[in-house]
Design a protein around this ligand. Structure first.
Ligand code: URA
Length: 249
């Protein structure tokens, strides 16, 4: 045991830094080790890069990227991501990220799934990795709804094809709910609900039927809708919303 903890007596409930972070629900132990190794974790203001550093959670202040790591308190946020923001912690090209929109949040949260740079709409951020797993694991079939502006007018056959499932390079897509919202002289607007969340899935589906996505907005995740939330802002999920999303199967 390092001198650090020995000096404070053996009665305190000590845990390794790696375990403190993974137990807080932020990610796996492997991820925790990476964050520690890359200098993102501090204990009482000092960067610690040793995963088996002993921590007394009763009195030590642990932060990840400067935000406190809380032992038990779970946080669930709903962000209306504008286009032009990356769903990532840091960008080598210094583009804005969703963390630039959550600066007032006093705990470390991570995005549940990902929206492309050019996609806007609902994104959940949390520090509850089990909850995140339920929302992203396709087995749980949590529906995600998107409004889509296609680059062309779509025929009924093209829309039926999207409904039945198209073949992408990573396999066929599941049947989807696809509604024609309206047509203008040049474009079709659709609402698409998927129960899986593959990389760039809506964009690739539209390409598979010979069109393209011009605009993509995620408007709902399960029963949680975008409502009146102003773009670029966030709000906590209500207890009822967390419950409904946790129960879905
Ligand atoms: N489908 C996409 O193509 N992009 C997203 O960001 C989300 C779903």
């Amino acid at each position: 045991m390092p001198a650090h903890s020995a000096s404070r007596g053996a009665k305190r409930p000590l845990k390794t830094l790696e375990r403190v972070i993974s137990k807080a629900g932020l990610g796996s132990r492997t991820e925790a080790r990476q964050w520690i190794a890359t200098g993102r974790v501090r204990v009482n203001g000092k960067t610690i890069q040793t995963p088996d550093y002993w921590v007394d959670f009763a009195c030590d202040r642990v932060t990840l990227d400067g935000k406190p790591v809380h032992a038990g308190k779970k946080l669930y946020l709903l962000l209306y991501k504008p286009k032009g923001y990356l769903t990532a912690y840091k960008d080598p090209e210094s583009r804005p990220t969703v963390y630039d929109l959550t600066t007032g949040v006093d705990a470390w949260v991570f995005p549940v799934g990902r929206l492309d740079l050019d996609t806007s709409g609902l994104l959940i951020l949390t520090n509850d990795s089990q909850f995140a797993e339920r929302l992203t694991n396709p087995e749980y079939k949590v529906p995600k709804t998107y409004q889509v502006k296609a680059s062309t007018l779509l025929t009924d056959e093209q829309i039926d094809h999207l409904r039945r499932g198209v073949t992408l390079n990573d396999g066929p897509t599941r049947p989807a709910i696809v509604k024609r919202l309206r047509d203008t002289a040049k474009y079709t607007f659709l609402e698409v609900t998927l129960t899986e969340g593959r990389n760039r899935q809506v964009r690739r589906m539209l390409e598979a039927v010979g069109s393209k996505v011009l605009k993509l907005v995620r408007t709902a995740i399960g029963p949680v809708k975008i409502g009146e939330l102003p773009i670029g802002t966030h709000r906590p999920l209500t207890g009822e919303e967390v419950r409904q999303l946790s129960l879905r199967k």
